[in-house]
Design a binder for this molecule. Structure first.
Ligand code: NAI
Ligand code: SOE
Length: 391
C-alpha cells in the first residue's frame, strides 16, 4: 500500500487534530487510498517540537520548517500554524513540489491568498484548505438533498457561528486578536467556515452588506505563542495590548443564482460554544443544521403530509455520506476528530488517484475575497460587489 510522508508545521490545537486524523484515517477508511506517515513535526523551538513529536506520534522533529519543506522524503506539507505564516510556508512547499493542506483561513487577505493559489497552480501539486465542517456527514447530506432537488430552488441561506470564549475581557491577547498575525477576527477565524457552507451548499456569492464591531478594545498581553482560546486567564495586573480585529460581524449576502441570506459570527456570545448553524429555505422544503447537534439534519419537505408537516430529524449513519467508513449505527456520534479524518481521507485520495479535491486554494482565495469585501462594506457602510474585489 502506498505510504505518504507528512511534514506537519505547527504542534498546537490543529496539530493535535491533524495528527489524530493521520493515525485514525486508515482505521475508518480501509483499504486506505494511501497511508499517511507522521514523518516530521515542526514547532518554533526544539523543545516545543520534541514535545510535539512525543505527544503526536511523529518520528522526527525540527524547529526549521524550511529544512522540512526541502526534505526529499516528505510528500505532504501540512500547515497548522497561525495565519501569518500560511503563505510563506505554502509557497516554499509548492516550489519544492510538495502536496499541501493548509488550515483556514487560507491567508490574511485575498492578495496574500492569491500568491498561494498562483504558487500551487504553477507547481501542479494537490492543494486543500481545511474547512473541515463541510465534511460533517449531516452537512454533506444537506448537499446531497440540495443536488437531488429535494428542497427545490434555494431562496435563502441563514448562517451563524457563535462562540463565547473571548467574551471575557481577561481572555488574553493571543495571535487571534492581532491583525498582523490573524488578518481579521471572528470573520477570518470562524465566519469563514460559514462562508464555506454558503458557497458549498448554495453557490457563489456576488454582493455583501456588512457591519463589524470590536467590543473589547484591549486585552492582557499573553506570553508564549499558543492560543489557549480563553481557557487560561491572564493575571489581573498584566500590561494590556490593543485588539485591532473584529469581535463580531453580520452581513447580508446575495448569491449569483439569485438566492439571498445572511451570515453572522461572534466569539463573544455567552452561552454559545460551537454554534455553527445554517438554515436553508427552498421552494420545496427547508434544511437546518447545528454543529452542536452534529449527528442531526433537520428536514422539512413541502410534500410531507400536511397533518404531519414540520421539521423532523434525520440521524446520520451508514446510509449517509461517508457512512461506509464511519460507525455502523446512526447517532453513535460524529466528533470533531471524525471531520478531520474524513478530510484527510479525501485529501490522500486526491493524491493517490490524481483527482482534484475541494475546498482547495481556489476556494480559500474566493473566501478571502468575500472576507475582504465584508470588512470593506462594514467600513464604508455600502454594498460591495465581489467582482470588483478579485485580485
Ligand atoms: P495554536 O496557537 O494552538 O498552535 C499554533 C502552533 O504553531 C503553536 O504550537 C506554535 O508554536 C506553532 N507555530 C507558530 N509559528 C510557527 C512557525 N513559524 N513554525 C512552526 N511552528 C509554528 O493554533 P491553532 O488553534 O492550532 O491554529 C492553527 C491554524 O489552524 C490557524 O490558521 C487557525 O485558524 C486554524 N484552526 C482551524 C480550525 C478548524 O476547525 N479547521 C480550528 C482551530 C484552528
Ligand atoms: C476558535 O474560534 C476556533 O478554534 C477556530 O479557530 C476554529 O476555526 C473553529 O473551528 C473552532 O474555534
Amino acid at each position: 500500500m502506498k505510504k505518504l510522508n507528512v511534514g506537519m508545521i505547527g504542534g498546537g490545537f490543529m496539530g493535535k487534530a491533524h495528527a489524530l486524523a493521520y493515525a485514525g484515517m486508515p482505521m475508518f477508511f480501509w483499504p486506505a487510498p494511501a497511508v499517511p506517515q507522521r514523518h516530521t513535526v515542526v514547532d518554533v523551538t526544539e523543545e516545543l517540537a520534541k514535545d510535539a513529536a512525543e505527544r503526536l506520534g511523529f518520528e522526527n522533529y525540527s524547529s526549521d520548517w524550511r529544512k522540512v519543506v526541502e526534505d526529499p522524503e516528505i510528500d505532504i506539507i501540512d500547515i497548522v500554524t497561525p495565519n501569518d505564516s500560511h503563505a510563506e510556508i505554502a509557497i516554499a512547499a509548492a516550489k519544492a513540489g510538495k502536496h499541501i493542506i493548509s488550515e483556514k483561513p487560507l491567508a490574511r487577505t485575498a492578495a496574500e491568498a492569491k500568491t498561494m493559489l498562483d504558487a500551487v497552480k504553477e507547481a501542479g501539486v494537490k492543494h486543500m484548505v481545511a474547512f473541515n465542517y463541510r465534511r460533517t456527514p449531516a452537512v454533506a447530506l444537506a448537499k446531497k438533498y440540495i443536488e437531488e432537488g429535494r428542497i427545490g430552488k434555494i431562496l435563502n441561506f441563514r448562517g451563524t457561528y457563535l462562540q463565547d470564549w473571548s467574551a471575557d475581557p481577561n481572555s488574553p491577547l493571543s495571535w487571534r486578536f492581532q491583525k498582523e498575525r490573524a488578518g481579521s477576527g471572528a470573520l477570518g477565524d470562524i465566519g469563514t467556515h460559514v462562508i464555506d457552507f454558503a458557497r458549498y451548499l448554495v453557490g457563489d456569492i456576488s454582493e455583501v452588506m456588512a457591519i463589524a464591531k470590536t467590543w473589547i478594545g484591549e486585552r492582557p498581553i499573553q506570553s508564549g505563542g499558543v492560543d489557549k482560546l480563553g481557557t487560561v486567564k491572564a493575571e489581573t495586573d498584566v500590561p494590556k495590548g490593543k485588539v485591532d480585529v473584529d469581535d463580531e460581524f453580520s452581513t447580508l449576502i446575495k448569491f449569483d443564482n439569485g438566492a439571498v441570506g445572511s451570515i453572522e459570527a461572534t466569539r463573544n456570545a455567552w452561552g454559545r460554544n460551537n454554534f455553527l448553524t445554517f438554515e436553508i429555505h427552498g421552494e420545496k422544503g427547508s434544511l437546518y443544521f447545528n454543529y452542536e447537534r452534529r449527528d442531526e439534519l433537520q428536514v422539512c419537505f413541502s410534500d410531507d403530509p400536511s397533518d404531519s408537516r414540520g421539521f423532523r430529524t434525520v440521524y446520520t449513519g451508514p446510509a449517509h455520506p461517508y457512512g461506509e467508513g464511519l460507525w455502523p449505527i446512526p447517532a453513535l456520534g460524529i466528533g470533531y476528530g471524525e471531520t478531520k479524518i474524513i478530510e484527510t481521507y479525501d485529501f490522500l485520495k486526491s493524491i493517490a488517484e490524481d483527482t482534484s479535491v475541494s475546498p482547495d486554494f481556489e476556494d480559500g482565495y474566493q473566501i478571502a475575497v468575500i472576507s475582504d469585501a465584508i470588512l470593506e462594506s462594514a467600513e464604508k457602510g455600502v454594498w460591495v460587489n465581489l467582482t470588483e474585489n478579485l485580485v
